[in-house]
Design a protein around this ligand. Structure first.
Ligand code: ASP
Length: 302
């Protein structure tokens, strides 16, 4: 397991991730640095919001939207394909004790924006069956199938179905932030697991499993084999250990990843920001795409 911890004490903090699945060979990325550039760019987008005094909510939504727009990552454009070759996306956001989430979404360009809209709408916390018309009526952008579907992801599904690469192939994007007012936010967005069965919903849109934020405690965004994160209620379990048992944040992240994810024989990664702005990035997978820091001092993992 790899665990990174950065000290808190700054005016704001931001960490983002691009999934724990590693590089997708079928996407045909030739040169080095494309994944790293995508992560650095998305981090910069969120960091600018926080630097300018914007909210943690605005920052995580902006960073996640940038990753959704980048076809290298499994969310929004370039999402992984389900068993029948279709794409459905899931996303969640949490801020200020409230959450919004969407599952099995069809045509919204930025699922995280839909999750935020659901949070702000008060009619529900988690919605499915959100139509293209509903997305448009909220003033959010829609896109057709060709926008989301990339040749690399089609080839990836072929390879999984032919048994040429492992079935448990994953990826997801997320962000956690503490703003200048000490408020915490988390957002996560995904196309789910490659070749997933119709109707499967992973941990990403389930508040407390893949996404959780509580002011004064922690904000968490997860990636990996979703069933383990759901059954271990991983994001909330980390918060509970910090809040009720006074656990050190890095210990809580490490132990929960070890017990609830590793203990179920699967892999994943977690990013978390504590109430003091401390950032923890941990994964038991071979790789994890992530970025944290500020200004010229941004660390990118790939
Ligand atoms: N956790 C996501 C899901 O289970 C996939 C991933 O993070 O790789 O849908």
């Amino acid at each position: 397991m790899n665990v990174f911890e950065s000290p808190g004490g700054h005016a704001w903090s931001l960490a983002i991730h691009g999934g724990a699945g590693g590089r997708v060979e079928e996407l045909g990325v030739q040169g080095d640095g494309e994944y790293e550039q995508g992560l650095a760019d998305a981090h910069r987008v969120g960091a600018r919001v926080l630097e300018d005094g914007g909210s943690a909510l605005d920052a995580v939504c902006a960073a996640v939207a940038a990753l959704e727009d980048n076809p290298l990552f499994n969310a929004g454009r370039g999402s992984a394909l389900r068993r029948d070759g279709s794409i459905e996306t899931d996303a969640a956001v949490m801020f200020g004790g409230r959450a919004g989430a969407v599952a099995a979404l069809g045509s919204a360009r930025n699922p995280v924006a839909v999750a935020r809209r659901i949070m702000e709408d008060h009619a529900a916390v988690l919605r499915t069956g959100v139509t293209e018309e509903a997305v448009r009526s909220w003033g959010l952008e829609t896109a057709d199938t060709d926008y989301f579907l990339t040749p690399g992801r089609i080839a990836q599904l072929d390879n999984v179905q032919a048994g040429r690469i492992p079935a448990q192939t994953h990826g997801t994007v997320g962000a956690v932030a503490m703003d200048r007012n000490g408020r915490l936010a988390a957002a996560t967005s995904t196309g789910g697991m490659v070749n997933q069965v119709p109707g499967r919903i992973g941990d990403t849109p389930l508040v407390g499993a893949g996404t959780y934020a509580r002011d004064g405690v922690v904000a968490v965004s997860c990636t990996g084999s979703g069933e383990a994160f759901i059954q271990g209620v991983v994001a909330h379990e980390i918060a509970a250990r910090v809040r009720h048992a006074g656990a050190d944040l890095a210990d809580a992240v490490r132990d929960v990843l070890h017990e609830e994810v590793g203990g179920r024989g699967v892999t994943g990664g977690i990013i978390a920001v504590g109430a003091d702005g401390r950032v923890v990035v941990a994964h038991n997978s071979p790789a994890m795409f992530a970025a944290t820091g500020r200004g010229a001092d941004v660390t990118v993992w790939s």
